[in-house]
Design a protein around this ligand. Sequence first.
Ligand code: ATP
Ligand code: MG
Length: 137
Amino acid sequence: EQLTLSIIKPNAVAKNAIGAICGRFEQAGLQIVAARMLHMSLEQASAFYAEHQGKGFFDELVGFMTSGPVLVMALQGEDAIAKNRELMGATNPANAAPGTIRADFADSFTENAVHGSDAPETAEREIGFFFPDGICK
Ligand code: ATP
Ligand code: MG
């Protein structure tokens, strides 16, 4: 089985959507095997999104991700990475299919409710970033 990193972003935490979003993961067969709530520092958010440094939306993204607490989770399941991205919907909520998490909980392109790893190598890096001591299995 595969692992992926999920983040419930500050806008979704603020609108009390943690339960609804986690319910979708569990209903789809993704098991929450690690979880941590934190308010990221500018340094943490910049390091997490290092691949986007220099892009036009970077400052807005880092500002948003540090605007309030987030819930970071490792999800485990068959095809967890693809399954999670399917549940999330398109990055730009304007293009997110009806019934996806972003269609239902995003407020804008930047404030799009959730993050999910996009490949096995990314998942490994991202899980190590937030769970350096490993996860509960
Ligand atoms: P995520 O990494 O959050 O799961 P993603 O992989 O679909 O989303 P990326 O291209 O990695 O999208 O961008 C990371 C995040 O940066 C997006 O989720 C979104 O919050 C923000 N973002 C990306 N592109 C834009 C943009 N053009 N305008 C505003 N915000 C953007
Ligand atoms: Mg990404």
